[in-house]
Design a protein around this ligand. Sequence first.
Ligand SMILES: Nc1ccn([C@@H]2O[C@H](COP(=O)(O)OP(=O)(O)OP(=O)(O)O)[C@@H](O)[C@H]2O)c(=O)n1
Ligand SMILES: C[C@](O)(CO)[C@H](O)COP(=O)(O)O
Length: 236
Amino acid sequence: MPSEQFWAIVPAAGTGSRMQTDKPKQYLLLQQQTVLMHTLNRLLSHPQISGLVIAIAKDDPWWSSLEIPADWPLLIAEGGQQRSDSVLNALDRLADEQVGDPWVLVHDAARPCLRHADIDHMIHSLATDEVGGILAMPITDTVKRATMDGRVAETVPREALWRAATPQMFRLQQLRQALSQAIAAGINVTDEASAMEYLGYQPKLIAGHADNIKITLPQDLPLAELFLQQQGGSNL
Ligand SMILES: Nc1ccn([C@@H]2O[C@H](COP(=O)(O)OP(=O)(O)OP(=O)(O)O)[C@@H](O)[C@H]2O)c(=O)n1
Ligand SMILES: C[C@](O)(CO)[C@H](O)COP(=O)(O)O
């Protein structure tokens, strides 16, 4: 396992509108702890993650109520309008610390079930890679493209289709440049890989566990609870 240290970047400034709850989903409870604290614990308990930058919304009233351990190596950045803006703000905050050009692992606050085994697999697979890569899962269902009125337009060949997840692991300076350029060009940047692809890179796909779900819709919360129970509270 490479001895290099890694930084985690956690975009946690969203409103969670698709959850239709009274507070953003990262502050909802799973096993008596917020989704966000589960995610931060998973990342900061990994021996190779030396620090973490979290992007928090400017008007976030919940963050200050969390019991953050005083010894956590945590930096705070301001969230932006879009997820990509939040990530770029966090990357800029890290760059201000003069840390050189480390690997950064960008991971959604809304994915609390991340396994250490997947972090290990990612770090091991990408340690000498020229570009970086993303955790993802091959699609195993038949895929349909829909018409505007909700009928099947066509079946899409699934052999080479994957669902992108996070962490997404790239070098700090290259990712900052890619995100800056893609956002300035008005590209729809829904993940870090999209920005790297805009610059012509081909990030590596790293197969991860399917329980690394993103809490997005109401039914995802009990599912995440189930996965945490199944994982037995450990980091696996
Ligand atoms: N402006 C934003 C939007 C999203 N995020 C974060 O990016 C992650 C993935 O985004 P998503 O699941 O879309 O979260 P929301 O934007 O909060 O959800 P919704 O689209 O339902 O409002 C989440 O951890 C969210 O907090 C962020 O930091 N800044
Ligand atoms: C980054 C991501 O989780 C990869 O699947 C996804 O693109 C985030 O999308 P969202 O709409 O911001 O949740």
